[in-house]
Design a protein around this ligand. Sequence first.
Ligand SMILES: C[S@@+](CC[C@H](N)C(=O)[O-])C[C@H]1O[C@@H](n2cnc3c(N)ncnc32)[C@H](O)[C@@H]1O
Ligand code: SF4
Length: 166
Amino acid sequence: MPGGVYISIPFCAQKCTYCNFASAVFPADLLEAYLEALEAEVAAERWAEPPDTLYLGGGTPSLLDAAALERILAVLPKVRWNEATIEASPGTVRAGPWRELGLNRVSLGVQSFAPREIAATGRKHSARQVEQEVDEASNSGKLAGIARLDRAPRPAARLGLHARGG
Ligand SMILES: C[S@@+](CC[C@H](N)C(=O)[O-])C[C@H]1O[C@@H](n2cnc3c(N)ncnc32)[C@H](O)[C@@H]1O
Ligand code: SF4
């Protein structure tokens, strides 16, 4: 049975207040070293069977330009992906170029549509921007999911907000 490939791109534009994933704001020159190591590791893989799903997670893979994404895709087996997903933070959705590269799903990290809650995450985007990008990803027909912390258990605590009294 075909398997899936998960590739983590740990680079972020900021470290969000709630996030305990292996991700950080790294010096820009580390990206090249990371890509080279990733290319070498993937190229050395002996696939028992070619994978049919790909998940680019993170971190924030949507920060990578098309050339960097193309480098990663180039070392993977040449297959028609059933699902090829990229995780994105608001402000970084590039539906057109991703489609051209064969990425066919976007998982957008929204967290919340409430301005106060968005501010508490340490993110810089606005609720309006999120709405526009949800529209862009939806119109491209590729929106796979919206990551929301305001629907998680104890959302206020996760977002670093104190529970409102009364
Ligand atoms: C790890 S991020 C990667 C994609 C992108 N950087 C982003 O911010 O959406 C994916 C999602 O994980 C969720 N997440 C991050 N830290 C979390 C935590 N401590 N508990 C639950 N969900 C978390 C957030 O909703 C986030 O959007
Ligand atoms: S952008 Fe995503 S991966 Fe990076 S710190 Fe924020 S939630 Fe974590």
